[in-house]
Structures are given as C-alpha cells and as structure tokens.
Design a protein. Sequence first.
Length: 538
Amino acid sequence: MNFIRTFLAGLLVVLAAAMATPAPVSAGELEDRVKALDAKNFAGKGKAIEALEALADPAALPVLRAMQEGLLFREKATKRIVIGVKAARSFEIFDALSGEALGVVKKRKLKKISVNNRLRGRLRLAIGALALTSGDAAARSSAAKALVKDADPTILPALDRALAREQEVEVAAVMGVARAAIQAKGGEKSARLAAISALEGVLDREVMVVLGTLSQAANEPDAEIRALATETLAATEASGRYYGMLETLFFGVSLGSVLLLAAIGLAITFGVMGVINMAHGEMIMLGAYTTYVIQQVFPGAIEYSLAIAVPVAFLVSGAVGVVLERSVIRFLYGRPLETLLATFGISLVLQQAVRSIFSPLNRSVITPDWMSGALEVNAALSLTYNRLTIIIFTFVLLLMIAALLRYSSFGLRMRAVTQNRAMASAMGIRTNWVDALTFGFGSGIAGIAGVALSQLTNVGPNLGQQYIVDSFMVVVFGGVGNIWGTTLGAMTLGIANKVMEPWSGAVLGKILILVFIILFIQKRPSGMFALKGRAAEN
C-alpha cells in the first residue's frame, strides 16, 4: 500500500510532465551531442553530459558508461568518438553509438576524453536517469533503486519524466519511492514532510538509511522533520520486524514439512508396527538417488523429472523395504533391541553399496526452473519457491495417506492387523503380507521424502543420517502411531528450531529442543496424542 500511495503522490506532481514526452531523437542530433563530450574543458563536458541526458535516449548509455570508466576516446584522424579496449600495447576500438568493431589502433592515434571526480558524479546521475528509459522493466526498477543512494535533487526532472511514461505499476512504485527519498533530503519543508510520510513502511535499506540520517540533529536542523523521520523510521522498523517474524514462521513451517516428510514413513513402520528401523534414513537416501538417476537418464526432461521421480522413488524404496521385512524384520517382531541392531547393520550396508555405485562424493540434483527463485513480498519477506512447493506437496501427501489408511481396503487390513493380529488372521487376512506391505509402504513414503530433500541439499551416502534422529524425535513427541500427532510434532519442532536459531545458534538450538523433548516424554511417555483402544493395549 505504501508503494501505491507513493506512486500516486508522485503522479500528482508530474501530471504536467506527462504531456511533455520528448520527440524521437534523430541519429544526427545524438551524434552531435556525443561529439560535444570532447569539449576543451570540464565545464563544457558537463554541459554535453546534461544535453545527452535531456535527450532521454537509451542509446547514449554505453557512451556515458564508457566515459565514466575512462574508455571513451576521440580518433585523431577521423574525429570520431570511439570506445577503446586495451589490447597489449594497442587499443581495440568500437563505434561509440553503433558498437561496430573498427579494428586495432596504436594509442598515439587516440585522444582520451578525460573526466574528473565531479564529472564522474554527474555521469553517475546521468546514467541513472537514462537507465530509467530502458526497454527492460527490471533494468528500470534497478536504476530507480540506485538513485536512492545518491539522492541528488537534480535527477528529479528526469525521474518525473520517466514516472510519467511508466506503464508497469511495480516499476512506477519503485520510481515513486526513489522520488520520495530524494525529495525528503532537500527542498521545501512541506514537500519534504510529505515525502517522509510516504516512505513509511518502505522496507528498503537505502530508504531506511535516508530516514536514519534525517532523524539525527547533526544532519537535520529542523526539529519537525527530525521528529517525523524518527517516527517514520520506527514504524518502518516495526513493520520489518513483523515481516521478519512471518519469514521465520515460513522457514519454520518449511523445516517442519521436511521433518514430517522424513518422519511420516517412520510413524508407520515404528509407530504402527513397533519396529525400530535404523535403516529408515537410507530409504530417504535411496529416494534422493533415484531422483539423481532419473535426471541423468532423461537430461532433457528436467522440468518433469520430479513428477517422474516421486512414483519411481516410492517403488524403489518400497521394494527395498519389502525385501528387508521379508528377509530380516519378520524374524524379529517383538524383539525391538535386536531389530535396532539388525537395521543399523543394514543401513551401513546400504550406505556402502551407494558409495560403491555412485562414489562417496555428493551428487547435485538440478532444480527445475519452476521451483527456482523466490516470491519477494518485500525486502524483509521472501518465500523461496522450492520450499513453498515442498510445503504444499507435504500436506497434499499427508491428506492422501490419511485417506488411504482410512478408506482403502489396505488401510482397513493394516489397522486390523495392528490392533488385533489373532482376530485379523482368524478373519482370513494374510497378516504376514500385510506386515510386508505396511513396511514397504512406510519405506516408500521415505523415498518420496528423499525426492523432496534432493531439492534442498546435496545428495550423498550420509543424507539419511541427518534426519533419522529428528524423525524419531518427531514420532515420539507427536505420539507413537498417530499420524496427526506426527504432523503437529513436526511443525512444532520445525518452528521452534527456527525461532530459537537467531539467538541460540543452530547447534545449541537443537540441544535445547532435545532437552525439551526428554523432559516432555518424562511427563507424557505416550507423546502428545496417545493411541486409544486395542492399539494402545497392544
């Protein structure tokens, strides 16, 4: 809203300028003004820079930038203005306006168009003003932001003309902020007060520097302007803290989603089946490597690789889980310590197998374009697309799992075997295959978690070990065997971690979270949501 308010305020100031759009510039006129840059003195060069700026032609930008960097020359023989790039003891020259390559000449055939510090400052402002006329909206926006730092009032006429012509609302808003920041530093008092008020809530570092400067008595003699600048700065900082809290919450939910993806499969294999599966992290790792392999097999389908990887990773990790249950786990039901030791050994075997096949080096999985970048709400709140996608994906997957367990035949059989194995067997349910499919289902979900984690970190043999302890903590904290408790536990721990990190650090924050869970389990051994009925009795 502050951007729009500033934009509208700027438009009211420049209504007259809107009717004065300059006519198209002829090539001859532009060339004559470029030649004028080779004036005999710095005053003449300054006037030539102003004349070029007044044309508002982006074609003059390369010329002025070359002059600012000391690369603008006059060719002595032809009197032509050229841009020269040093090549050994000679210069490769280009036409200043067309950019046409003109060959290589000796230094003695060129006369450098020199500048001093004052001219460099004038050039910087002229370049900023001409960049406002660029055909690229992003370039115009960047040019407007750069003007805030210099805050030279002489740029206001050019900024007003650009603002009057601007069609993009977002770019016009940035130009309006730049105009307000420049006007706040000098001019009539009433205009300065209005400009300072318009800057309230603008979360830009340079704008806040302007307000901070105006709030100090050493820089601003007017008490009313100082008071308003102080008040505006305080309100803006409060707004920044609010958006900062929202960003922390976003990253907390993002971390919670990652923990939930890693733990939801464990909630089934550990919470429902009572198996302490230390190889669960390796199921996550297999899912991540599946994503990597798919991108290697189909290098031209990166944009669709994740959609392919999700079902494939589920099948790969699920198949490994079924084999693991049929070959090892089924002989160890009711002996949790032996299950722990056996699956720990299997996790080491799987890690070494991956090292032998893919090498111990981490592998990088390419992020599709549609997941790259971030949604920038303002300078204090930026939502990355990859984490936003994972949050949405996690909750969609959670609802699908809940529906499957609640309404499908497989879910009914799984719950029956979990609650009363003998009765389920008497009713004709093949309990041994339900066990295998349940373990495979939990392992398959872990593989899907690996697909998501491949977009947040490098894929390596130790990927799963980073999440196995956190996964067990989430399951125990939320309530063994309760999927909704696992969800709440993951979100609680994720948000708590991100809230504590700024003042405790990442390592100490994890330690404090672990201490909290230990104390919590002492009071509620069954977690936040304990199973009820026969499941709890068993």
